[in-house]
Write a protein that binds this ligand. Structure first.
Ligand code: BV8
Length: 229
């Protein structure tokens, strides 16, 4: 059985990383147009670098939670083919042992040169005057996909979603496309669909089944049931 999993900020919430649209979420305190668009970066690169520097620091201090470890177990010790796709830009899946992890919105632990597309490990603090180590003159930015930009690895993601037997969305509000539309693509391919979330997402009605509760409890329970089949 091929299981395609999409995770969002909710899977990292219990590791202490902020979500975007929950009460007190990142987009409640910041305007996403200023912080998660190329235009916002062009307008004020210092503010955007500071936003990602703060989040990079938080990630470095955070630990994977039982939900990340559960998915790593499923990926490593199971008879299932598992495709793990995340909207998250943190590395908690990797630090829990998941491999590979498809980061469709990039990762802020990597720096990207806007001129020559060279990538290198992001320093703890990125600043507008940082220059690309390869071409020397490009503007260094976090290697994340902002609004209006094309998500990464879609050539790998779309066939996996369309061809899987089970599609599971974990900790995502279902508000950001194209990720929010993956459930339809999976259903068109004949897959069963399951939502594991704290509460019903914006796309809850599109799923065949759902389990609600904190990911650190719901995900390991679900994985244990799958592995005991
Ligand atoms: C694109 C950057 C073309 C990195 C992010 C009008 C209508 C429809 C679409 C559009 C539109 N206008 C514009 C668009 C397109 C736009 C879009 O969807 N806008 C939305 C806002 C309407 N999308 C784009 O621009 C995308 N690009 O479309 O290009 C294209 C399309 C297809 C193919 C080729 C080209 C690019 C989108 C990427 C934007 N970048 N982040 C960063 O800073 O992180 S988006 C940002 O939101 C993050 O990546 C995040 O992952 C993502 C989604 O948020 P969630 O992960 O779902 O987090 P959220 O806080 O929303 O929800 C948390 C959930 O967890 C909640 O449900 C909560 O209940 C739950 N939860 C909380 N605690 C727990 C929990 N669950 C379990 N346990 C817990 N403890």
């Amino acid at each position: 059985m091929h299981i395609a999993i999409l995770t969002g900020a909710g899977i990292s919430a219990e590791s202490g990383l902020g979500t975007f649209r929950d009460k007190g979420g990142l987009w409640e305190r910041h305007d996403l147009n200023d912080l998660a668009t190329p235009e916002g970066f062009a307008r004020n690169p210092t503010m955007v670098h500071d936003f990602y520097n703060m989040r990079r620091q938080t990630v470095r201090a955070a630990q994977p939670n039982p939900a990340h470890h559960g998915l790593a177990r499923l990926q490593k010790h199971s008879q299932y083919k598992v495709t793990l796709i995340t909207q998250n830009v943190d590395d908690l899946h990797e630090r829990a042992g998941s491999d590979p992890v498809i980061h469709m919105h990039g990762t802020h632990l990597v720096a990207l040169c806007a001129a020559c597309a060279h990538r290198w490990p992001a320093p703890a603090r990125m600043q507008p005057q940082d220059r690309c180590p390869a071409c020397g003159d490009g503007v260094a930015r976090p290697d994340v996909v902002w609004f209006g930009e094309t998500p990464y690895h879609m050539d790998e993601i779309l066939p996996a979603i369309a061809g899987c037997d089970l599609f599971v969305a974990i900790g995502t509000s279902g508000t950001v496309y194209p990720a929010a539309g993956f459930v339809e693509l999976a259903r068109e391919g004949g897959a069963e669909t399951l939502e594991l979330n704290l509460e019903p997402s914006d796309r809850a009605s599109a799923f065949h089944a759902a389990r609600f509760g904190p990911a650190s409890q719901v995900v390991p329970t679900w994985v244990d049931e799958l592995l005991s089949r």
